[in-house]
Design a binder for this molecule. Structure first.
Ligand SMILES: Cc1cc2nc3c(=O)[nH]c(=O)nc-3n(C[C@H](O)[C@H](O)[C@H](O)COP(=O)(O)O)c2cc1C
Length: 195
C-alpha cells in the first residue's frame, strides 16, 4: 500500500500556463497510436489508470516510454488528491484516450472511484472541455493485442454507453485516432489563439 501522506504532498509546481491533461486507460486498442500523439505534443500531464500502467509495458516494453516534458500521475490513492489541480486552473482541456469500455461505463453512470474517473468527473464539474476516444464505437473492430491482431465484437451495453457519452455536455467523443489527433490539434490551436 502506498503512503497516503506522500499522495497528499503537492510535489509538482503549478504550470505557468494551463496545460493539457491526458488520461490513459488500460485499453490496448490503438494504444500505440495514442502514445504517438502524446509524444508528439510533448508537454502535458498524463494520468494513468492502474491498468494503463501495466498495459504500457506490454505494448512498448520500455521502462521510460515518455519524454521529460510529460509528467506522470499514477493511481495510488482512494480519494485521488491530484484532481485538486482541476479546481486550481492547471488544465485547459482533458483528453481520455484510449478509453476502455470499463471506464466509459463508469463515466456514463457517474461513478468516480479511480484516478481517471475522478479526473473526468472533476473536469466536467469545472466545465473544462473533454475529448474522449472511446474504443467501443463500432459493432466489430480489429484490435492490436500485445503480439497479434484480434477481431472483437463490442457488446450492446458497450455501444450504448458510448452513445450515452456522446450526449454529455462539454464532451466530444471521437471514433478513431485520426479524429482524435484532429480534435486535439484544433483544441490546442484554439487555446493558443485565446492566449
Ligand atoms: C493487453 C490488454 C489489452 C486490453 N485492451 C482492452 C481494450 O482494447 N478495451 C477494453 O475495454 N479493455 C481492454 N483491456 C482490459 C482492461 O485493461 C481492463 O478492463 C481494466 O480493468 C480497465 O481498467 P481501466 O478502465 O481503469 O483502465 C485490455 C487488457 C489487456 C491486458
Amino acid at each position: 500500500m502506498s503512503d497516503p501522506r506522500e499522495a497528499l504532498e503537492e510535489r509538482e509546481e503549478r504550470p505557468r500556463r494551463p496545460r493539457l491533461a491526458w488520461a490513459l486507460t488500460g485499453s490496448g486498442h490503438d494504444f500505440l497510436a495514442c502514445l504517438e500523439i502524446i509524444r508528439r505534443i510533448g508537454e502535458l500531464d498524463l494520468f494513468l489508470s492502474k491498468a494503463a500502467a501495466e498495459v504500457i509495458f506490454l505494448y512498448t516494453r520500455e521502462r521510460k516510454p515518455f519524454p521529460s516534458g510529460i509528467r506522470l500521475i499514477r493511481d495510488t490513492t482512494a480519494s485521488a488528491p491530484p484532481v485538486g489541480r482541476f479546481y486550481d486552473g492547471w488544465y485547459h482541456t482533458l483528453v481520455v484516450a484510449p478509453a476502455t469500455s470499463n471506464t466509459v461505463a463508469k463515466f456514463v453512470c457517474g461513478i468516480s472511484d479511480t484516478l481517471v474517473t475522478n479526473v473526468f468527473a472533476q473536469a466536467g464539474k469545472c466545465r473544462i472541455p473533454i475529448i474522449v476516444y472511446a474504443c467501443d464505437t463500432k459493432p466489430v473492430h480489429d484490435s492490436m493485442a500485445p503480439h497479434r491482431m484480434v477481431r472483437l465484437w463490442p457488446r450492446r451495453i458497450d455501444l450504448e454507453n458510448t452513445a450515452r457519452l456522446k450526449e454529455f455536455e462539454g464532451v466530444t467523443v471521437v471514433e478513431d485516432t485520426a479524429a482524435l489527433a484532429a480534435a486535439v490539434d484544433a483544441r490546442l490551436a484554439e487555446v493558443a489563439r485565446e492566449g
